[in-house]
Design a protein. Structure first.
Length: 259
């Protein structure tokens, strides 16, 4: 049984997770997502990858608790538990910017998947949270590591230690998400929001993502060196040369190239 479907909207691939009734992320479904993302990473026609939920009211509710309980008891499970780590690293490292389109509940593992994405958009009725402490565990897929890097240690500690739910408006205020979009027609609003990214040259968008995310893991001097290397590589491409010549001509004519 397949839990993920992929639809392409021009240069945007929308990956929809559907596992009724509440979109719990099983190891099987996560292993499937790894295959989906691996294929998309090498697809030159795709500039942006969006993840969203296909069950009303749910993005990814959280990790499947039955799977976690089996792991705790030392029992075998379907799927590969290690796929969680690999998928979240893939969301960070694949060439395309990845976007969590949070159209409902995204707790625990659902939140952690969104923290690994490049950008996060939330429906006005969506909500996030790291409730693991309430069931005697801690976040195990980046909630204690990616979240502090995203919003700072103090704010992350508040969310992780309290386990409280964060609704859309507060999520925007905390910097957890980039925008709050209407519930009605949410996916259409998402596609409109990402369109300015998808229309740019894929190589430049991929290099910008790499420079930002990998650069943050480096000392400033090394990050600047990485940025410079990527700049030089792009500057030598025929596409960049042609686009820069067009922009120069537009400026010379007194116009704006829309940079």
């Amino acid at each position: 049984m397949s839990f993920w479907s992929v639809e392409k909207h021009e240069r945007v691939a929308v990956c929809t997770f559907t596992r009724p009734p509440r979109n719990f992320m099983s190891f099987v479904a996560m292993t499937e997502l790894e295959d989906v993302l691996t294929r998309l990473a090498s697809d030159e026609s795709v500039s942006v990858v969006v993840l969203t939920g296909g069950v009303p009211g749910y993005f990814i509710a959280h990790a499947d608790l039955d799977d976690l309980a089996k792991i705790g008891r030392g029992e075998p499970v379907e799927g590969d538990p290690r796929s969680w780590y690999r998928v979240l690293r893939l969301l960070e490292s694949m060439p395309q910017p990845t976007v969590a389109a949070i159209n409902g509940q995204a707790h625990g593992g659902g939140s952690e998947i969104s923290w690994a994405c490049t950008l996060r958009l939330i429906a006005s009725g969506g909500h996030l949270g790291q409730p693991e402490v309430a069931v005697g565990i801690i976040p195990g897929a980046g909630g204690t590591q990616r979240l502090p890097r995203l919003i700072g240690a103090g704010r992350a500690a508040d969310l992780v230690l309290s386990g409280r739910v964060v609704h859309a408006r507060e999520a925007l205020e905390l910097g957890l998400v980039n925008a709050v979009l209407p519930d009605d027609g949410f996916l259409g609003h998402v596609l409109e929001w990402v369109a300015p990214i998808a229309r740019h040259p894929r190589a430049a968008v991929a290099a910008a993502k790499k420079a930002i995310l990998e650069g943050l893991q480096l000392p400033l001097d090394e990050g600047l060196r990485l940025e410079g290397q990527l700049f030089v590589q792009l500057q030598a491409t025929p596409e960049a040369i042609e686009l820069e010549e067009r922009a120069s001509e537009t400026y010379a004519a007194g116009g704006s190239p829309g940079l």
